[in-house]
Every structure is written in C-alpha cells, then in structure tokens.
Design a protein around this ligand. Structure first.
Ligand SMILES: [Zn+2]
Length: 69
C-alpha cells in the first residue's frame, strides 16, 4: 500500500505478482488474467463471509468438545 506503483507500466498482478497491464485493454485489471481476478474475488468473498460469523459460546457442538476433554 505504501508502494508508489501506480504507473501503468511495470504494474504487477496483486494476485500472482506477474507483470500486468493496467490499461483498458485489460478487462481483468489490475489482475493479469481472469483467473487471478476470480481468485482474488473468491478470497475476498471468503473473508467477508467469515467476518459476520462469530463463534457462539453457547454452541452445543463446542459444549460437547469441552466435555470431551
Ligand atoms: Zn495474475
């Protein structure tokens, strides 16, 4: 984030760090390919799904785990 790499040339894919094209010619920018874009979106989605899930201390499964030990 502190890297001043906003140049159009020499940019790197945030997913695989390969050289990527940030011009409008690249529909997947700032990623180098659709694959990297999907991977990143998938990771982001996974993160966002995790956030709202808070472990419930009254979860019956967890209760069973504690009794087991
Ligand atoms: Zn990539």
């Amino acid at each position: 984030m502190s890297k001043p790499d906003k140049r159009r040339r020499g940019a790197r894919c945030p997913q695989c760090s390969k050289a990527t094209d940030l011009t409008p010619d690249n529909p997947f920018r700032p990623f180098c390919s659709e694959r990297c874009k999907l991977i990143d979106l998938g990771a982001w989605a996974a993160e966002s799904y995790r956030v709202p899930i808070v472990e419930d201390p009254t979860d019956p499964d967890e209760d069973t785990e504690q009794q087991r030990s």
